[in-house]
Design a protein around this ligand. Structure first.
Ligand code: T4K
Length: 404
């Protein structure tokens, strides 16, 4: 419990937590079951290339979503690249800048120009109202990102894409297990891309998938993720190695069996953050629509400095000193990262909401590695910091001057 400024670790006090509390701590399923599967893989001596665990994993993910095809991959970045290529994207593609840089890189990697679109300040997702003004004769598609477990405005984007004859692909890396208007994410657009990275709701260590209801596209993607081989010695497309291996599938299958428990813990943490932080002036928790299915994987705080008196970055520095490793997802926005910053130095002029939000939001630790007691302690520190913001800012300034 912090009661004076000197209690804060940044000013020499004892850190609140002995162990680091990370954002993105993986959820680990039943170890016994995982080791059983790994033994089975070793006994069978079939480690990758369309093994039985990968097939089972694909089937179970597809069943859960209610989608026709799930093509498992080594990670979501490669899955994005393959989906973009298979869908025939070229020229320019519109996407939000407020996303992990992989979404933009997967386009640029294939020399497709990413055109960054601003976001809606409430949903933090791509703003369909701003998409149309970015369409040019070179535009071939739109990539929506379901940021932080919240589906983007699929209906409005679908309407624009079909009217303007554009491909529509969703980066659903954060949204496995979520629904939009009652239908599971994974069923929308031409295809959706899932991530099963260690930090994700469903993890296979590293992993990803393309899910789609389009038979032709699915066939093409299956071949492209295996070098373009249609048959032994017969290559029909340019392809790459996007295959998921059996060990990842074993991890993914084991995680799948714990999904309900993980959701329950994520939800418990979300409600705890909600009750603890909403009483702090200037600190807003990004809420979920509880009427939809949700994985509750991302806890995002939005700090309004005009009310809190301290900036997001100052709060983050204070929390890091306490061993609470929050993250600035997704600061500063893709448009301010290279090579986009150099390619499009004026892109920010069209991205006021992205620029503002990326300075304010902070992802908080959650998942099965954190207890509600920890969350209460984190909230208490933030509350203390906001309550003493003027003195803290002054002291931080003095510390800065002394170290210059
Ligand atoms: N689209 C979107 C919207 C995405 O967010 C992502 C990935 C992708 C596409 C691409 O998906 P993949 O190709 O990765 O399947 C991390 C993840 O590596 C990345 O998957 C994720 N999004 C992104 C949001 O976060 P970094 O560079 O922030 O990772 P890192 O190493 O700093 O770790 C993040 C946090 O997780 C830290 O607090 C440490 C903790 N952590 C991490 C790992 C790997 C653990 O506690 N244990 C672990 O094993 O990118």
């Amino acid at each position: 419990m912090k009661t004076s400024l000197d209690d804060l670790a940044i000013f020499g006090g004892k850190p609140e937590f002995k162990e680091l509390l990370h954002v993105g701590r993986p959820n680990i399923g039943d170890r016994g079951k995982l080791f059983e599967r790994i033994n089975d893989i070793l006994d069978r001596r079939w480690l990758t290339n369309h093994g039985p665990y990968v097939s089972e994993f694909e089937q179970r993910v597809a069943d859960l979503i209610g989608v026709k095809h799930c093509i498992a991959m080594c990670n979501a970045t490669i899955a994005l690249e393959i989906a973009f290529r298979a869908a025939g994207l070229k020229g320019e593609v519109i996407l939000p800048s407020m996303t992990f840089v992989a979404t933009a890189h997967a386009l640029q990697w294939q020399e497709i120009t990413p055109v960054f679109c601003d976001i809606n300040p409430v949903t933090c997702n791509i703003d369909p109202g701003r998409v149309e003004e970015l369409i040019t004769p070179r535009t071939t598609g739109i990539v929506g990102v379901h940021l932080w477990s919240r589906p983007c405005d699929i209906e409005a984007l679908s309407e624009i894409a079909s009217r303007r004859n554009l491909k529509l692909i969703f980066d659903a890396a954060h949204a496995f297990g979520c629904s939009y208007k009652g239908k599971m994410i994974g069923n929308f657009g031409d295809a959706e891309i899932l991530s099963f990275h260690a930090t994700k709701f469903l993890n296979s260590g590293e992993g990803g998938a393309v899910v789609t209801n389009d038979d032709e596209l699915a066939d093409k993607i299956r071949l492209m993720k295996n070098f373009g081989f249609e048959d032994i010695d017969k290559v029909v497309y340019i392809g790459t190695n996007g295959k998921m291996n059996e060990l990842s599938a074993a991890m993914g299958l084991t995680s799948l069996e714990s999904l309900e428990e993980i959701i329950a813990v994520n939800y418990r943490n979300y409600k705890c953050y909600e009750s603890e932080v909403t009483k702090i002036p200037g600190v807003e928790l990004k809420l979920f629509d509880e009427g939809e299915r949700c994985n509750y994987q991302y806890i995002i705080l939005d700090l309004d400095e005009t009310i809190t008196g301290v900036s997001r970055d100052q709060v983050m520095d204070i929390l890091w000193a306490e061993n609470i490793l929050t993250r600035r997802y997704f600061y500063p926005g893709c448009h301010l990262m290279e090579p986009y910053r150099s390619y499009f130095p004026h892109a920010g002029l069209l991205l006021p909401v992205t620029n503002d939000l990326s300075q304010r939001v902070m992802a908080m630790p959650t998942g099965t590695a954190i207890a509600t007691e920890d969350i209460k302690n984190i909230a208490q520190i933030i509350d203390f910091v906001v309550g003493h913001s003027a003195e803290i800012c002054k002291k931080l300034e003095n510390v800065k001057k002394a170290t210059e």
